[in-house]
Design a protein around this ligand. Structure first.
Ligand SMILES: Cc1c2[nH]c(c1CCC(=O)O)Cc1[nH]c(c(CCC(=O)O)c1C)Cc1[nH]c(c(CCC(=O)O)c1C)Cc1[nH]c(c(CCC(=O)O)c1C)C2
Length: 354
């Protein structure tokens, strides 16, 4: 009898529509998941999080598993997004920060000098044993449904570290980038190591795809992206080169950067709602799948208007080399979860290939 290699969690998801679409292969129907589908709008999420601070909940594998599975059970989406946060690896290496309800990540001592950078260590898997545990537990429970791991990209992480918290204009970040390009490059190189290692921990433990969130990089020009950011995001994505996981690269307001974000080493480029999938596909060419791009605010529109837009996006996606249906940015907290379930069913129904 021929011996067969043991089945890994990733083997079980290799033929899923999400992984196939990311690789620009034929799919049975368009796969769909929603950024920020875990947490946010779900009452069952609020119930299990009751009294547990955000960062603490990210370090409890049982809780991470439950919260990650909730939207998969409820909506029937084609992938789970790992419940964590982009600042978890920074906390893990010792940065004094907290996630403040209603605000977001707040850093006690912002990183602005060489001495500050010298206090930021590299990330090793030993810093995040609870991530490995949670991913292993999750992939066992998910079976054929892929788990997407993620990390924040160097620019977006740098913005939180340099500004000390959420920022509208990223002024201190841009001042550092242009005022001390050498320190900026060293900071981003360190953050690329941290991001890449965080992606690698998740992919090694069984995640089937990874997404690099460069949420705020749309604040940059093409010239600044090329000079100061692209190679660092490329280094983060390259950390999983040998693990055979598709890589999704996403940012908000990045219509002008899509091709450069693809070149950084993505298989799939995330598209926000400001650019049509057709334009995005034209800008990207045949070598990339696209992900997106329903405006999250449209989930509040009357169903006929929402339905029309969902059908349009599915049609536009058919012209792309591969399409993963998603929002153009994260689920808004007040959305009716039943609308997400209905959108999932509609995408599946109107995209089923005969
Ligand atoms: C993928 C993800 C993230 N955060 C969380 C997840 C888990 C999965 C999911 O919710 O589906 C949980 C996650 N992260 C947070 C929460 C809310 C905190 C709570 O419930 O107490 C949750 C559920 C807190 C958080 N963390 C962050 C913010 C934004 C602040 C700002 O405007 O600058 C906020 C509010 C930083 C953050 N975190 C993340 C991003 C990239 C995605 C995006 O652009 O939305 C960013 C920019 C990524």
């Amino acid at each position: 009898m021929p011996t067969t290699a043991p089945t890994t969690p990733r083997d079980l998801t290799r033929d899923s529509d999400l992984v196939r679409a990311a690789r620009r292969q034929d799919v049975g129907r368009t796969p769909v998941w929603f950024m920020r589908q875990a947490g946010r709008s779900l009452p069952e999420y609020r119930a299990v999080r009751e009294g547990i601070p955000m960062l603490e909940s990210c370090m409890r594998p049982e809780l991470v598993t439950e919260i990650t599975l909730q939207p998969v059970r409820r909506h029937g989406v084609d992938a789970a997004i790992f419940f964590s946060d982009i600042v978890v690896p920074l906390k893990a290496v010792g940065v004094d920060l907290d996630i403040v309800p209603g605000v977001g990540p707040v850093v006690a001592a912002p990183v602005r000098t060489r001495a500050d950078l010298d206090r930021l260590p590299e990330l090793t898997p030993d810093h995040v044993p609870y991530i490995t545990d949670a991913v292993e537990q999750l992939t066992r429970e998910l079976g054929p449904t892929p788990l997407i791991g993620f990390a924040g990209a160097p620019f977006t992480l740098a913005s939180y570290l340099v500004e000390g918290g959420p920022s509208k204009n990223h002024e201190r970040t841009k001042a550092l980038m242009h005022g001390d390009p050498e320190l900026w490059a060293d900071l981003c190189a360190r953050l690329a190591q941290i991001s890449g290692a965080f992606l690698r921990v998740q992919a090694s433990a069984g995640a089937s795809a990874v997404q690099l969130f460069d949420s705020w990089v749309g604040a940059l020009s093409r010239a600044d992206y090329v000079a100061h950011v692209q190679r660092h995001s490329a280094a983060a994505l390259a950390a999983v080169d040998d693990l055979d996981v598709p890589r999704i690269h996403f940012g908000v307001g990045t219509g002008e950067l899509l091709d450069l974000m693809g070149e950084a080493g993505a298989d799939v480029v995330g598209v926000d709602f400001r650019v049509s999938l057709s334009d995005a596909t034209r800008r990207l060419g045949p070598s990339y799948a696209v992900q997106g791009n329903l405006d999250p605010a449209l989930l509040f529109a009357p169903w006929p208007a929402l339905e029309r837009r969902v059908r349009e996006i599915v049609e536009e996606g058919r012209q792309a080399p591969g399409h993963i249906f998603n929002l153009g940015h994260g689920v808004l907290p007040d959305v009716d979860p039943d609308v997400l379930t209905r959108v999932t069913a509609l995408v599946h129904e109107c995209s089923t290939r005969s």
